[in-house]
Design a protein around this ligand. Structure first.
Ligand SMILES: [Zn+2]
Ligand SMILES: [Zn+2]
Length: 279
């Protein structure tokens, strides 16, 4: 059995979308290894320079990783000192260029013409228009994607392709059907990849069964809010079905280990997973 198959089957047993689980695991592993042994690694630093750090989501996740494991900011400090110096150099070099003086003269000349009435305004239109910061903006923009996003994307594609291919195998299909199923974004991608009608049908059947459960649980959750139904038992999986519904449409929530909301989400996922089997 391949590693991909093993990680999928482990994820099937976890609450929530199995591919979202794998995405989170890939993120966690990359960010941990970046901090553990990548801070002074040439290739890692090249990726970070290319993308001017990580994307906002992963930059904060990296900071949280270092804080959680090392209770410190040394790695982040080293990486971002280098990046901050590079941006400073770009700004300094740009400030020192004589073209700013030319641009300034051109702007003054345009304003002078515009103040000279209709003919002046007409003449000003023929002066070459140029956003003054355009050349600088291209140097201040990333020249490549966030490495964490890139790796996560590759991992999701690999696991989804495998999942779709393995749907032909009855045992694998049953294990998938017993999981919480794919979230909508991952279901859409799986349907895109699927090459035969049988696989498409299997994916749709599992999703429809999960949604049927979810709609029933949501209805009960709402119904039991009514004062007249207050004496009815409130089951844990109904009480958290609204959170499960958000996860279905948006994918599983990103991790935020210290937050109360995150703890609530984890408990909700586990409670929903503990719902009884359909009879
Ligand atoms: Zn997902
Ligand atoms: Zn990213």
């Amino acid at each position: 059995m391949s590693l991909i198959s093993i990680s999928l089957q482990i994820a099937f047993r976890e609450p929530g979308c199995p591919v979202c689980r794998i995405r989170q695991e890939t993120e966690r592993r990359y960010l941990f290894h970046l901090m553990y042994e990548g801070v002074n690694d040439g290739m890692t630093r090249m990726h970070l320079i290319r993308s001017l750090g990580l994307c906002p989501e992963h930059a904060w996740a990296l900071q949280a990783t270092e804080q959680e494991w090392w209770h410190d900011g040394l790695g982040i400090g080293i990486i971002y000192e280098d990046l901050a110096r590079r941006v400073h150099n770009i700004l300094s070099a740009s400030l020192a260029r004589s073209s700013w003086a030319r641009l300034h003269r051109r702007t003054r000349w345009r304003r002078w013409l515009e103040e000279r009435g209709r003919v002046g305004r007409w003449l000003a239109r023929w002066l070459p228009a140029r956003a003054p910061a355009q050349p600088l903006l291209s140097r201040l923009s990333p020249s490549g994607p966030c490495r964490a996003c890139e790796l996560v994307g590759e991992s999701v594609e690999t696991h989804l392709s495998w999942l779709v291919r393995q749907m032909a195998d009855r045992e694998f299909r049953e294990r998938y059907a017993a999981s919480d199923g794919l979230c909508l974004p991952h279901l859409r991608r799986a349907l895109e990849i699927a090459e035969d009608e049988e696989t498409v049908r299997c994916l749709m059947e599992v999703a429809a069964t999960k949604l049927d459960d979810l709609v029933t649980n949501l209805k009960e959750y709402v119904r039991k809010h009514d004062w007249n139904n207050r004496a009815e038992p409130k089951y844990a999986w109904e009480q958290v079905s609204w959170l499960r519904a958000v996860a279905f449409f948006a994918g599983e929530a990103p991790e935020g280990r210290e937050e109360e909301v995150y703890r609530l989400r984890c408990k909700a996922l586990a409670d929903y997973r503990a719902r009884p089997e359909r009879s």
